[in-house]
Write a protein that binds this ligand. Structure first.
Ligand code: FAD
Length: 430
């Protein structure tokens, strides 16, 4: 049988996971990333294994998605607690990208950075090739859209506080272009039902370690997290609660304190905080933003452009050979969540090409309930006003109600075995 060729567009966690899964299933894989580094928003994140993300990561590892081991190998801290969150691991945001790149290269994924896809061509019900800025068009048998839902400065200007100069660096590498839009797949924007808020602002910033009180840095490096009380006059409750993208952090403790985490730099768990006010918080008198550089003013706006797709993550529309990964597949927030959908999308892209039945995760495993539930919710106007994550808010509640949350690795392994999915992503399909 001819080796299927899969092109993955977008090198965030969703795209990297899709590329790894397609390659492990036996395909030739090309990964195209618009910027000069992989990982997209994952370049500034770092939190994983918190709350239900622990269960999800262990299920995926048991199924063969060992990209989670790359994260585990780059941690600054494990078992970190912060308000509303237990047993978090934090990866070092400086070490993670080269590690993921090396992992993908070892698998044999061909990676092109500064390779922005600007158009696609179709033949009948198939995407035949993608047009890449400065390169020859690239043909493939199936494609994965993992372009995310941010990186459009016009959205940051219209719906946020303007470009805050974040890691996505749109002005240097060009804005996101969605493959699903290009081929005419229906897309949705996350918004409140009354339309009062469109998209959502990203929920954390990075501060330079050298710019904050060494005592706070010491605590951070020892424990992984630190709470720094915010004086009453500095609090901005209204703004924080209404603008949060990450509903799992919309808690009182996040208003009364600066919640800081050590991910290499200092992760400040708030979308933005005016610098003058931040410097009134004891210990932060000389604070300086590392990302976004204008973190005193705003942050990236996300959740524009979820594509209509099936629970197998196949795009629904005029083509059959296009799959969706990461935030593109729905309002799923997080690295873990993007790896879950990315792995499934990449694996199913190969199945589609070789004519095998697409894999649908069963509801009996946490990642299955998550993907199937969120994809269902995306079809409803009211479902699109929420964000879904294993780590908190409405989905973590559902996960607990359904008895899917556990930190008992033995139980997780048994669950995956019972579903017949052990090592499924480590097995060649041809
Ligand atoms: C500031 C911030 C902090 C966060 N912190 C955490 C955290 O601590 N823990 C956590 O779990 N989650 C966190 N998140 C959320 C998490 O990063 C995302 O939900 C998840 O990583 C999304 O992955 P993705 O692959 O879907 O999209 P993205 O990360 O957006 O990646 C999409 C990629 O596609 C590329 N691309 C777009 N268009 C094109 C094109 N036309 N051609 C080629 N490439 C293209 C982009 O450059 C980008 O690299 C954070 C997000 C932000 C913004």
């Amino acid at each position: 049988m001819r080796v299927p060729k899969i092109v993955v567009v977008g090198g965030g966690w969703g795209g990297c996971a899709a590329a790894a899964a397609a390659r492990k299933a036996g395909a030739e894989v090309i990964l195209l990333e618009r910027a000069d580094m992989l990982l997209g928003t994952g370049l500034v994140g770092g939190i994983f294994r918190n709350n239900g993300r622990f269960t999800a990561a262990e299920e995926m590892l048991e199924m063969g998605a060992d990209i989670f081991s790359v994260m585990d190998n780059c941690v600054t801290h494990t078992n970190v607690e912060f308000p509303g969150h237990k047993h978090a691991s934090l990866y070092n945001v400086y070490r993670i990208e080269p590690a993921v790149k090396e992992y993908l290269m070892k698998l044999g994924v061909k990676i092109f950075t500064t390779a922005r896809v600007i158009d696609v061509a179709k033949e009948g019900r198939k995407v035949s090739c993608v047009v890449v800025e400065g390169l020859e068009p690239i043909q493939a048998d199936a494609f994965v859209d993992a372009t995310g839902t941010s990186a459009v400065p016009a959205n940051c200007t219209k719906y946020g506080n303007g470009c805050a100069m974040c890691i996505l660096r749109c002005h240097s590498f060009g804005p996101r272009i969605s493959i699903t839009t290009k081929v005419g797949v229906e897309e949705w924007i996350g918004k409140k039902p009354d339309g009062s808020s469109i998209g959502a602002m990203s929920g954390s910033c990075k501060l330079c370690k050298d710019s904050i009180d060494p005592q706070i840095v010491k605590e951070l490096e020892e424990k992984g997290s630190a709470l720094v009380p915010v004086p009453l006059e500095v609090r901005e409750e209204e703004k924080l609660l209404s603008m949060k993208a990450c509903q799992q952090y919309a808690l009182e403790e996040f208003i009364e304190n600066l919640v800081l985490l050590d991910t290499g730099p200092v992760k400040l768990m708030t979308p933005f905080f005016p610098l003058e006010r931040l410097r009134k918080v004891p210990g932060m008198e000389r604070a300086r933003y590392e990302d976004p550089i204008a973190g005193g003013k705003g942050n990236s706006m996300r959740y524009f452009g979820f594509a209509n797709c099936t629970p197998e993550l196949q795009a629904i529309g005029p083509v059959d050979n296009l799959f969706c990964a990461g935030e593109k597949a729905g309002a799923m927030v997080g690295h873990t969540e993007a790896i879950v959908s990315g792995t499934l999308a990449g694996h199913n892209a190969v199945r589609q090409v070789i004519g095998e039945k697409l894999l649908r995760f069963p509801d009996e495993i946490a990642v299955g309930d998550f993907v199937n539930h969120v994809i269902g919710e995306m079809k409803k106007e009211e479902g699109r006003q929420y964000k879904y994550t294993f780590s908190g808010s409405i989905y973590f509640k559902r996960m607990k109600e359904k008895n899917l949350y556990t930190t008992d690795v033995k139980v997780i392994k048994e669950r995956v075995k019972k579903a017949g999915l052990k090592s499924i992503f480590d097995t060649k399909l041809l």
